[in-house]
Write a protein that binds this ligand. Structure first.
Ligand code: DC
Length: 222
């Protein structure tokens, strides 16, 4: 299966939604089926948070976080169909999903300077290939002009059960509340996005629903 736009230029499929809505799995499968690069923007916010904690900077001390941001090298690339991230040459690996990072990533990602720097890096992915990018503000802020936008949602019970199954008992509800209430780029259903309720889909039926949405939004999928 391949996907293209009428003018054959690179394009972005924006997948937004709350934590544990199943958007990563959906984005990954979509990228695989459509032959696109999958970019995990949450990993970028997590990587900066990881660095903040590693350098013993207080995640709530905005000037200190911004000071650190000015000193670090953030390198975004790809390995096959997946995005990669390294900070000062180091790949945080599994620590990205650690409890410490879970606890503080909402505070760090609420800082406008952090967002500005990462959004610039996110947009550069389009220089090289067409992408599926998942996050919170992809359809609203990063690629507001893309016609291909899906907002993935799932009921609170299903999301809590999903995180518990993954061994992550961090408070998903708390993180969503912070991500939705922040001033800069809060989690919203972007203008033009179609909502996909992923509460009761299997992976296969969810991907099929997403492909139908993208076709309706004008993506040519063969
Ligand atoms: O997708 P995730 O759960 O790995 O994202 C981790 C955090 O990063 C999330 O709680 C909020 C932040 N984030 C963001 O602010 N904007 C994005 N585009 C992606 C993630």
């Amino acid at each position: 299966m391949t996907a293209e736009t009428s003018n054959h230029s690179h394009f972005a499929v924006a997948i937004d939604g709350p934590a544990a809505s199943g958007k990563s799995t959906l984005a990954r499968e979509l990228a695989r089926r459509l032959g696109l690069v999958m970019v995990n923007s949450g990993a970028m916010y997590r990587a900066v948070t990881w660095k903040v904690l590693r350098e013993n900077v207080d995640p709530h001390d905005t000037p200190a976080v911004v000071g650190l941001l000015d000193r670090i090298d953030i390198s975004c690339g790809r390995d096959g169909m997946f995005s990669t991230i390294a900070i000062d040459g180091a790949d945080p690996g599994d620590e990205l999903r650690g409890e410490d990072v879970n606890q503080h990533v909402s505070a760090v990602s609420a800082i406008p300077e952090v967002r500005e720097r990462l959004i610039d890096l996110q947009r550069h992915y389009l220089d090289h290939s067409s992408i599926v990018m998942e996050g919170r503000d992809i359809g609203s802020v990063v690629f507001p002009d893309t016609p291909f936008k899906i907002y993935v949602d799932a009921c609170a019970e299903v999301r809590a059960a999903r995180r518990a199954k993954d061994g992550e008992v961090d408070s998903v509800a708390r993180r969503d509340k912070l991500d939705s209430a922040r001033k800069t780029a809060p989690l919203v259903v972007a203008q033009g996005a179609t909502v996909l309720d992923n509460s009761h889909h299997t992976i296969e039926s969810g991907v099929q629903a997403a492909i139908d949405i993208l076709r309706n939004q004008g993506l040519r999928i063969e």
